[in-house]
Design a protein around this ligand. Sequence first.
Ligand code: FAD
Length: 277
Amino acid sequence: MNVLLVYAHPEPTSLNGSIRDFAVGRLRQAGHHVQVSDLYAMNWKACLDADDSAAPREPRFNATAASRHAYDHGLQRADIAAEQEKLRWADALILQFPLWWFSMPAIMKGWVDRVYAAGFAYDVGEHSDRHWGDRYGEGTMAGKRAMLIVTVGGWESHYGPRGVNGPIDDLLFPIQHGVLYYPGFDVLPPYVVYRTGRVDAARFADIRETLGRRLDTLATAAPIPFRPQNRGDYEVPALTLRPDIAPGAVGFAAHIDRGDGGQPACGTAEGGSTNSR
Ligand code: FAD
């Protein structure tokens, strides 16, 4: 497979740096082709703005319209077009980052904001009262796989079903369902390293073991069974779940189809994360 690893950490000798080096080595050993977008090393421009297009400036900047125009007319900045080309090349995308304020670092969010152009990652397909775009299971990335590798300072219990920070699957939902499933990726369960301050040689050996197994099954592991938007589960144009689908289920969990009424347990093996504690 062709694998694109998008990586956000400012320090090459960090835990994240070691994990990235391990992951790239393991994937290459297995015969995969790997490209890394090391966002800090690339000095990636994080802020989406009017400079992202070579088109003449409009009196009022409209982010979606400017993105669509630049994408359709070959006027995008070269850094954006190059990342889109890597995504077209990739069969699998890995986003690797330390959890910063319960989300991805700003530089990676800026990669998503800018690379996910209108017409490329959103605003794809028919938009009408009958069909609200090719998204959530359909779209430009359909047929490709994606996975998160996330390091976390807190304990696993802090991110458990009743943990003070909220369940990790809920915190990652906007990334896994919003950023990855939306443009069509099949999203594999995340690989999460907890309590990073306690990582030593023994813990790192455990990370090599458990992450290695996850990378070995990148092409075959079952994705999180998010519900496709256009399969009939949702009423259009409201795009709410049909009353007979997972009745009573609300919130993020309702959008995962486990065939059990829609209330998954957090952190279970099926669709839950693989963790290093
Ligand atoms: P490092 O600090 O580089 O390393 C961690 C440990 O691993 C160190 O002890 C180091 O010696 C050891 N190590 C590194 N490489 C190896 C190796 N090869 N072998 C063995 N040991 C090694 N945490 C939360 O839980 N929730 C949050 O919302 C959150 N927000 C944050 C916001 C900010 C702005 C910051 C700076 C931190 C935040 N944190 C949060 C903590 C953050 O998630 C962790 O600091 C981060 O995940 C650790 O990853 P690192 O690569 O920076 O680790």
